[in-house]
Design a protein around this ligand. Structure first.
Ligand code: CU
Length: 142
């Protein structure tokens, strides 16, 4: 008859452990929710940084190329979405480099979306009319 008491003891232990786990799992639920929130904010950040390039020319004598609000100096090779805002009827936005030669018209204004495939090398963006006056910029793709 020694078997039955030991089985009962095991059964009691299982119940006791299950009860213990039950109360512990409630405590674990709260941190799990917190980590889910932080994962979401991380995802948002990375979406912003891969959100593409923003080219702007005008309305004054300025031309810029930014990503995530910072001037583009170097990029890694790849395909990028690029939003170009041509805000002046006297300027254009012209991007050229290895495999890329895209521009807006000088007279035209408005916003266009380009998809550009950038490969290793040096790229230039400029206003074709006023690049001699400093409306020009460069970046490197590696
Ligand atoms: Cu210009």
């Amino acid at each position: 008859m020694p078997r039955i008491p030991s089985l009962l003891a095991v059964a009691f232990l299982v119940v006791a452990l299950a009860a213990g786990c039950g109360s512990k799992s409630k405590a674990t639920t709260a941190p799990a929710t917190t980590s889910t929130t932080s994962t979401t904010s991380t995802t948002t950040t990375s979406t912003t940084s891969s959100g593409g390039l923003v080219g702007t020319v005008g309305p004054g004598f300025t031309i810029t190329l930014t990503t995530g609000g910072s001037p583009v100096k170097t990029l890694t090779a790849g395909t990028y979405k690029m939003t170009v805002s041509d805000k002046a009827a006297i300027h254009n936005f012209h991007l050229f480099g290895p495999g890329v030669d895209k521009k807006t018209s000088v007279q035209g204004t408005g916003t266009v979306l380009w998809t550009v495939k950038l490969t290793k090398g040096s790229y230039t963006y400029r206003c074709d009319v006023h690049f001699m006056s400093g409306m020009i910029g460069h970046f490197t793709v590696s």
